[in-house]
Design a binder for this molecule. Sequence first.
Ligand code: ADP
Ligand code: MG
Length: 258
Amino acid sequence: MDKVTLVGVYMTYVNKSGEIPALADVHLNVKAEEFVSLLGPSGCGKSTVLSLIAGMLRPTRGQILIDGEPVAGTSPKIGYMLQHDHLLEWRNIRHNVYLGLEVRGLADKEHCRHADELLIRYGLGGFMNRYPSELSGGMRQRAALARTLALEPEVVLLDEPFSALDYQTRLLLEEEVATILKQERKTVILVTHDIAEAIAMSDRIIVLSARPGTVKAEYTIKLSGKNDSPFAARQAPEFREYFREIWSVLEESHAAAR
Ligand code: ADP
Ligand code: MG
């Protein structure tokens, strides 16, 4: 059974200036433990797809299922990590990570100890009592990941989590995050506009059209050599071919969005 299913999903935002159709007839199936990336021009509805899966928005039409059950509001099965880390500057890193637990009423000893373990595992053991402003961009994103995973979600939604980082940090963090999510056997949906990042990290890539977004193309990524490392993936002989093909499909979407 699919972990996440979208069937004929439409989303139209309504505000004072009128209606904005963001998604039209989106179909999507994500298997358990699969890593899927969504690529598409800016404004095509990628973040909307994640917010719908997270139960933060309701579709205008169509169905969204998690483990075959219709989504009805937010669920502890879903972890959502946004581009901006949303760490609270007045709380230290440990208490930022505990925040999600507190909101869910799960801030007991056992959960807090697990959260501490995650921080240590992600190289932040020495920074637990520091404040967000004292951390680098990459460390902040690792703290935000710890906060998301402390809630033990089964599905992790990542909205351009690396886009504000410099290139070197981004490559290192891609590698770390991919390893962590594979080890913890999470189902992952990553939104990015970086084609190379999508190829390096994903089992499958979905390309969306310009707004209203709909699935335009799909690629199952098979790279020879060491597969689980995004860094090694970039050296695989097939990498360039995927890049070229996805680039040309995205070009059409971008042209339509202009
Ligand atoms: P992406 O993440 O691909 O850049 P979004 O999902 O954020 O795209 O947005 C898709 C479209 O819907 C955009 O044109 C955006 O302006 C519009 N949109 C997003 N959120 C709202 C909202 N709350 N009200 C009205 N329009 C919105
Ligand atoms: Mg977005």
